[in-house]
Design a protein around this ligand. Sequence first.
Ligand code: ASP
Length: 438
Amino acid sequence: MKLALHWKILIGMALGVLAGILLRNFSWGPEFISDWIKPLGTIFIRLLKLIAIPLIIASLIKGISDLKDISKFSTIGGRTIVAYLISTVIAISIGLLIVNMIDPGDKISDETLTELSQAYASDATKRIDSAQSQKTRGPLSFVVDMVPDNIFGAASSNGNMLQVIFFVIFFGVSLLLIDPKRAGPVKDFFDGLNDVILKMVDLIMLTAPYAVFALLAALVVETSNPDIFVALMWYALSVVLGLIAMIFIYLLVVKFVIGKSPIWFLKGISPAQLLAFSTSSSAATLPVTMERVEEHLGVEKEVSSFVLPVGATINMDGTSLYQAVAAIFITQALDFQLDFSDQLTIILTATMASIGSAAVPGAGMVMLVIVLEALGVPKETLMIGLALIFAVDRPLDMCRTVVNVTGDATIALLIGKSVGKLSEPKPKNWDDNLEQVR
Ligand code: ASP
């Protein structure tokens, strides 16, 4: 019997956790995992990142050049940005609601507070420093940053995805405006390139179950003291409950707005969700998200090739929800009084902070500094606050990245439906690829 890809990945994850738990009992275990097993996972993440920029270029050019008229593109663009903003504000509001109901900051003892703030002080300082370098920029720098001055320079870093998208849209629109005879070969080239890159995603995904085994085994041996999870249980629970509520909302949207079955949606997107969980990076997961949304959920390339890369960069519902919960938790735990207008500040700054967060592990925590500073938390307190949540940040990062990716996929479906670009999915069978490779 052929197992579906998401089951294979799940089995890989479970075995990885088991191997990690088992091997951490041996003195040589952690070193063995970091020398011989972890590199497999690292190579996998590198491969996914390797094809992210070429995939965006090929697929967005193909997407735009398939459009019959350009005005449709501005409709897609406008609706996407509005949908992203609305979903982020909903996520933050849910976070605020739950954290204000649970009050995790009041449930933490003074000893734990002192212990954690001492143990993680230096890690916290590093995050604050990275946030400072993001902050000292003018209000329009965000727009200026979107326009590259050298396309090869822009394409040389995965952090510049918006710059690449800007160039590609400009290029694609110009392609639509020239003589179709001249445009034909260029379009054919990018069509072919797009197929090649999607095949590369297929081939990389064949190794996914082994890679997640390696990633999770390494994570387990690197995790320090499990007792801390208990101390921070209420905080972690607030974040996780909020994230689950958010997934529930996406499923409601899938059912009642898009008119599809939530199970069908989850089956289609689950490999991307599992990779988001294992890698904590929506950027690394992007090629898989694009493949799943197009081939398994039937969103046409004209929509997905724009909505998903933009979403991976600016739409982080899970991250913004987490930032809201963490901000309230920290201020509560440190007896920093907040009033109602502060909650509005959180909605505003967490929206901006999640847009500014890079799609890589731990980025959400760096941008949390900006939310806390907007609330007037002094630098000293800020450091203690971040040290407080540092120990559980990685597992929460894994969970919020799942929500980030699921949110992008839901909105891709939503926009696809709204502009009539949803078709019957034509799923490929990953195992057929395996046969070909063999
Ligand atoms: N790891 C998250 C992502 O890549 C960002 C974050 O919240 O730290 O989506």
